[in-house]
Design a protein around this ligand. Sequence first.
Ligand code: 5GP
Length: 112
Amino acid sequence: MTGETVFGKILLGEIPSDEVFSDDKCLAFRDIQPQAPIHILVIPRKPLKSLLEAQQEDKELLGHLLLVAKKVARNEGLTSWRTVINTGESSGQTVFHLHLHVIGGHELGWPP
Ligand code: 5GP
């Protein structure tokens, strides 16, 4: 259910967020604890817990989220950035509502 996580509550308007983009399929807002000068989260309105839950029927939605990640990065003036999807606790996922991190604005080391 949408309201189960902090991101679900943001979608429902129960918790405020610094929104940068919104449409009928997703919402993008600034991370509350940015790891770089630009750190934006893109989340689907559909309450998928993680990429693990995504199915064939979500193909178009997943593509849309990637294109929105590009749009918000470009709106911030970025030409180089990192898009991250943590999946599962061992990866560092802490909020179980699928989200794409868009991170940039300074030199990013690799591996992270
Ligand atoms: P994860 O570790 O699950 O991949 O990423 C969760 C992200 O959500 C973290 O970067 C964390 O700072 C961010 N976050 C957690 N709670 C909130 C919140 O209430 N508002 C916003 N804007 N970001 C949050």
